[in-house]
Design a protein around this ligand. Sequence first.
Ligand SMILES: [Zn+2]
Length: 313
Amino acid sequence: MSFSMDIKKELTRIETSGICCKEYELTGIIRAGIVIRKYKGKPRVLFTTENASLSRHLYSRVKELYKNSPDIFILKTRRFHNHTVYRLEFTHLLGEEMKMIMKKMGISIDGEKISYKNIKIRKRCCKRAYLRGCFLAGGSITDPDRSYHLEVTFPSLLLAQECISLLKEFDIESRHIERKGHYLVYLKEGQEIVDFLNVIGAHNALLKLENIRILKDMRNQVNRIVNCETANLEKTVNASLRHVDSIKYIAETRGLDSLPENLREIAVLRLENPDASLSELGQMLNPALSKSGVNHRLRKIDRIAENIRLNGI
Ligand SMILES: [Zn+2]
């Protein structure tokens, strides 16, 4: 199951106590989710989802709040994988009473045309509920193992802007773009997504996302350390190879006996211990020598070899 599906399943199981919040959550679902499709010459008001728990949730909320139920159709399609689409139809409910309810939701339906008005949500609990409804109907989130992206699709610019300003009230900065006549409100930062999940009450999903973020951070840190150590190791190995090269060259040309005693001593140790670090070589000397002391002597040897290469013996 995708991360989006997981979250929506979690959201439909939230025990909303207040009737106010139930109404606003439903308002969010309806505003973000219903469409009008013409079928056999007649416009029909539909809500379509692939999410079984969302279709059950919407059905039972409408029944609970308005003592009416939408028709429900289950369609099996062979497109993509063999998946199931749940279609809820509200057309037959559009009597005077339902039209009043829709009006309260800021929706007016005129034949095939659907239009939206801004609604005023007073209470903070209801704002959360409304955003939850919008996410249930039009939201999706990428698997946080891959990347951070959360979006909610709306059928009108007015709804997208309303969502953006509601999010601002919770200190969440979002942006929107238009795509094929739809308006997408989206979040790109891990922290913003965590805040959003908190606002809409998806606490399990939030914990899961936080865990992934922590793991990712740790993995990055470990990678940085490993890269740094690899680079250092490479430097050490290259230096050691260069020293051994110089020493062998001196041995073959002037002979190691030509070196002053302090250099000859370190040259022999280096040849015998090509894998030892500079500090380890220093420890082998008597008296012991610091890392920088060893480095200094080996650089002198490098220069002598270089001199022989350039000027001959
Ligand atoms: Zn409320």
